[in-house]
Design a binder for this molecule. Sequence first.
Ligand SMILES: Nc1nc2c(c(=O)[nH]1)N(C=O)[C@@H](CNc1ccc(C(=O)N[C@@H](CCC(=O)O)C(=O)O)cc1)CN2
Ligand SMILES: Nc1nc2c(ncn2[C@@H]2O[C@H](COP(=O)(O)OP(=O)(O)OP(=O)(O)O)[C@@H](O)[C@H]2O)c(=O)[nH]1
Ligand SMILES: [Mg+2]
Length: 440
Amino acid sequence: MDHHNGETIFALSTGLGRAAIAIMRVSGSGSADILQRLCGKLPPARKAALRSVWQDARTQDNLLDEALVLWFPGPKSYTGEDGFELHLHAGPAVIQAVANALVEAGARPAEPGEFTRRAFTNGRMDLVEAEGISDLIEAETESQRKLALAQTDGALSRLYGAWAERLKRVLAHQEALIDFPDEDLPPEVEQGLLDEISALIEAMQSHIQEGERGERIRRGVVFAIVGPPNAGKSSLLNWLADRDAAIVSPVAGTTRDAIEVNGSLAGVRVTFIDTAGMRETEDEIEAEGVKRALFHVKHADCVLQMFAAQNVPEDVFPNAILIGNKTDLGSVPAKVLDTPVIPVSVRSGEGLSALKKLLEQKVESLTARSSFGAPLLTRARHKAGVQEACACLEAALQQDWPEMRGEELRLAMRALGRLTGHVGVEDLLDAVFGQFCIGK
Ligand SMILES: Nc1nc2c(c(=O)[nH]1)N(C=O)[C@@H](CNc1ccc(C(=O)N[C@@H](CCC(=O)O)C(=O)O)cc1)CN2
Ligand SMILES: Nc1nc2c(ncn2[C@@H]2O[C@H](COP(=O)(O)OP(=O)(O)OP(=O)(O)O)[C@@H](O)[C@H]2O)c(=O)[nH]1
Ligand SMILES: [Mg+2]
């Protein structure tokens, strides 16, 4: 994608649902001219003004709307360049007419994430903060909101920046060892340097480990509901979803595809996946369903293994929560192979509130932080970057040659720099900003 910061871009920043007001956002060096063309004299900076919006204000040709107008001169604006907002009456015809007038005045529609991309390019925020903005807009639960907001506030960026600073000092000491090999530098210098590298490795490793929680909060905790046909898996899904998401029937093998339902538990986004009942089958489609069920057993954060009272399983999946259903028809054992069984009857409702409590606890333990307040990584991109930096530091420790060690340290610095976007990220930007909402 070719990006021209000189161009003036616009986008509708408010959602397309039923709403009274729509915000059209404009950014770029042509903003002052375009705003004057549509609304006449520029309003005072950052003060709302009520204006008529015209196709051309000079000729008072074609009145489009009466709008609140905000003028944001750069470089302190969100994008770092001149821009303005029109708070219009929401309505497809108003929006279309204003968009046409903007194009006629020289602006073009923005790409997804282009406003924030400009904020990044103009040094208003780094890459990690920009990703946080995108997550904040997507956040559906309280925990997602908090995590994203901390990220837009620079908490994660500051952690990576602090590591980069420490690395810079290590590198400086390393250079001193290279430049003055014959001077009698005290041996503590080299030892101190190695200790600092080890400390950084440890910090990065625990950050990666904790990061699993951040990724879970961001994407949601995934529960896979599995078990033999007719156990009542789809019935449980429907109860958890509070709607008829999946077909329930007495026919064994009713569910063949995986059915996902999103919800929230303990303020955390969760996904429940109902799967095909596991059994040997000649049916090609059902067999594919069973294959998918096994896939979800492997990839879910937690497996809900369900069985019906009369049909106690011989094996228990690792880390599964065992649910014995249909207690209205018969009793279930207290344990199977040392795993406690949660007795429920989805039909009568018995045990369901206890099950829900248990699931809430599970969600909390899967997302709770061990070190309070430390920022969490939230994406595979962050994890990969920290892992790369960490691998370079480990390689640095293995190097006896000072020059080679210095090279590994520089590579680690570079990996951290790419994370926040301070170095060499041109190739990454389309991927990062392409995931944004239009108008942000
Ligand atoms: N209508 C509207 N609401 C919005 C935004 C927006 O752009 N427009 N935001 C967008 O994300 C968020 C709030 N963020 C904002 C960030 C900066 C400024 C602003 O007025 N900046 C001043 C400079 C402020 C200063 O540093 O002194 C400026 O633009 O000149 C406004 C909102 C959420 N709500
Ligand atoms: N008596 C009784 N019947 C139940 C209970 N829960 C579900 N059922 C019934 O058991 C049958 C199978 O339920 P489903 O939820 O479709 O079972 P499933 O595990 O999704 O089955 P498959 O999709 O075939 O793998 C249906 O007739 C349900 O009404 C229960 O607690 N007690
Ligand atoms: Mg089913």
